[in-house]
Design a protein around this ligand. Structure first.
Ligand SMILES: [Zn+2]
Length: 304
């Protein structure tokens, strides 16, 4: 993982010092996470790795080590040869007995961003042993677990006792899409199982009240939120400053070609500047179709 990915992973799995054996979601510092990052930073593969971990990795807290205890993949039917000897005070883990995971997006092609790298990771590595078959819409896991793809048109699996949920591109989970209800239902299912969830998204249009926006604006403290907002003095309309913004928001994602990002951003800027700034500049800005320009309504208010 590159720096920002590791930072998000470490925070999502940060264990509370007072965590006790038997606690599930409550063993962790955060109940859920939200990662806001621009187009092509590597959110999809990162989210796929998270799903793979929740599927067969030691995602459940099982107490603190005295030292010398061993995590051995073979105990869970995996032949990859991974072993880990715990130091005194390490949090120990084991896989979920029957993981039930949902990969959620508004539409089928949206789920590809995560599902494709997930299938590639499974087929191309040690997980092929544990997970011999990957289907189009679901992946069967050992111990009767599954990973299901859930979209707005295929909601039959909602309300299930899920152990982990990825909610992808929640910036377009608007009321009209019906997705905020899906998000609520999934969170209720997670609460019943002691499971947790992660949101990944581009920046949203603040006039749309998307799920991403509600999460970002929530006052609760038990959500880990990652959003690298570029310095306010830099203008996205200025080419030199835009370059600085890209350098800031894509830091660490070494596979990203900033010239290619600039080319795509420049083209989109001509047509839909707000979208370009959201997608590539990682800033929350109103869409071009806003009813009123920002601040106009407020400026006409008469004090009663
Ligand atoms: Zn293994």
């Amino acid at each position: 993982m590159v720096d920002w990915q590791l930072w998000c992973t470490a925070n999502h799995y940060r264990v509370r010092p007072g965590a006790q054996l038997g606690q599930l979601a409550t063993a962790f510092h955060y109940r859920r996470s939200q990662v806001v990052a621009p187009q092509k930073t590597g959110k999809g593969p990162w989210a796929a790795a998270g799903i793979a971990f929740e599927a067969v990795g030691p995602a459940v807290f099982v107490g603190w080590a005295r030292g010398g205890e061993v995590y051995d993949c073979r105990d869970y039917g995996c032949g990859c040869g991974f072993q880990f000897v715990y130091e005194p005070g390490d949090p120990m883990g084991r896989p979920w007995p029957t993981p039930l995971i949902q990969l959620t997006a508004t539409a089928e092609d949206q789920t590809d961003n995560v599902y494709r790298p997930l299938v590639a990771m499974i087929k191309g590595g040690a997980l092929a042993d544990l997970i011999p078959k990957t289907g189009e819409e679901f992946i069967r896991l050992p111990n009767d677990g599954r990973i299901d793809v859930v979209t707005s048109s295929a909601r039959s699996r909602l309300g299930q006792p899920v152990t982990y949920v990825l909610q992808d591109e929640t910036g377009i989970w608007t009321k009209a899409s019906g997705m905020p209800k899906v998000a609520d239902t999934q969170r209720r299912g997670l609460a019943g199982m002691g499971g947790r969830s992660t949101e990944t998204t581009n920046c949203w249009d603040p006039s749309e009240e998307s799920t991403a926006q509600l999460t970002a604006e929530a006052t609760v403290q038990d959500i880990f939120r990652f959003h690298r907002v570029p310095p306010a003095h830099l203008s996205y309309r200025n080419k030199v400053e835009r370059r600085q913004i890209h350098r800031f928001v894509y830091a660490g994602s070494w596979w990203v070609d900033l010239d290619a990002i600039e080319a795509e951003a420049a083209e989109l800027l001509e047509r839909d500047p707000a979208q370009a700034e959201r997608f590539f500049g990682n800033r929350i800005v109103h869409g071009a179709g806003s009813w009123l320009r920002e601040g106009l309504w407020e400026s006409r208010k008469v004090a009663a």
